[in-house]
Write a protein that binds this ligand. Structure first.
Ligand code: NAP
Length: 305
């Protein structure tokens, strides 16, 4: 199936292009890029131009920043195309719900992808936790913003999510592995005094009964990233590290392997299209929205790239 990538930035080049090249179901037929796209691949400067010129391309993968995703997704759905959304699936919860409704009405597939859910250890963690009694969860998601988002102004602009851009990956894993949902009760968001989005966040969630989840997201981390989730249960401790790629239960490393996050996403997109189904779970974004609603805000040192 011919597919087009819209927005050729870091994630499109690093992950989407190789994943599509390796996928037997898809063929990269075109790009939409303001900056020229990829050598040897047909490029259109706008999505409207692509939709008009290439009615034979039934699927598009939207890899631009979240602030401009809704408009593009809406246009693609209206043109009868299947749509895969990078995370976060929109700049607001309402956008995602609207897209879900529009896609169902149009009879096309909408896939709100969460790449961290395809990390090697996540499925086994979910299966192992399913029949355990959980007592606490501790999430640490800390990285150096200068290393991972150099020069990306959009992350600091409204809708860019700030430290929740990586933090939502942890929340996408959390919402996949917990046997029952939690909701946010408290948050502290640290905003650099010269920026519109937070550089750090401390979050607390509860299931309404015994379980407490504490999360710390920080973009001021130096000397190596920490992306880990530790779950205490009545049967011992489960640890997901390296962004979900490694799983340990007690002291035993489970040695899980996977074909890679993005190959798994494209394989899922292909099977959703084949089944005429959609996969739109806004729950990680809802937690972020709750943090912005309930969070106490503090001003911290200005951030300069
Ligand atoms: P990026 O490097 O800044 O690239 C985004 C691309 O989108 C730009 O290069 C540009 O491509 C296009 N674009 C269209 N409208 C834009 C606008 N108004 N402002 C800026 N760019 C615009 O960002 P990215 O890191 O690839 O992230 C894109 C999405 O992928 C985000 O939602 C992010 O959360 C997600 N993601 C990123 C990573 C990562 O490690 N970077 C990992 C997983 C997911 P053209 O010049 O081709 O138009």
């Amino acid at each position: 199936m011919p597919v087009a990538i819209v927005g050729v930035g870091k994630i499109a080049r690093d992950e989407h292009v190789p994943a599509i090249a390796a996928d037997p179901s898809f063929d990269l037929a075109a790009t939409v890029s303001r900056s020229g796209g990829l050598e040897g691949v047909e490029n259109h400067e706008t999505l409207d131009a692509l939709l008009q010129a290439r009615p034979d391309i039934p699927a598009v993968s939207l890899c631009m920043p979240p602030q401009v995703r809704f408009k593009a997704a809406r246009a693609a759905i209206a043109a009868g195309r299947h749509v895969m959304l990078e995370k976060p699936p929109g700049a607001s919860v309402s956008e995602v719900l609207t897209l879900d409704r529009l896609a169902r009405r149009a009879g096309v597939t909408l896939y709100a992808s969460w790449h961290s859910r395809a990390a090697a250890g996540v499925a086994m963690a979910q299966a192992w936790l399913a029949d355990k009694r959980l007592t606490s969860v501790r999430i640490d998601w800390k990285e150096d913003v200068r290393k991972w988002h150099p020069g990306q102004d959009w992350v600091w602009q409204p809708g860019g999510l700030g430290v929740f851009d990586p933090g939502i990956n942890a929340l996408s894993i959390l919402t996949a592995i917990l046997p029952a949902p939690v909701h946010l009760t408290e948050a502290q968001l640290s905003f650099p005094e010269n920026r519109d989005t937070p550089i750090a966040a401390e979050l607390t969630f509860t299931d309404g009964a015994d379980l407490t989840v504490a999360a710390a997201f920080d973009w001021r981390q130096e000397g190596g990233e920490i992306w880990q989730i530790e779950v205490e249960t009545d049967a011992g401790t489960l640890r997901l590290t390296e962004g979900g790629a490694r799983l340990a239960i007690g002291d035993a490393d489970q040695g899980v392997a996977s074909p890679g996050e993005y190959p798994a996403l494209y394989s899922h997109f292909a099977s959703l299209i084949a089944q005429g189904a959609s996969d739109v779970d806004a729950s990680p974004l809802i937690h972020v929205a709750d943090a912005f609603m309930l969070g106490r805000r503090i001003a911290v040192d200005p951030f300069h790239d």
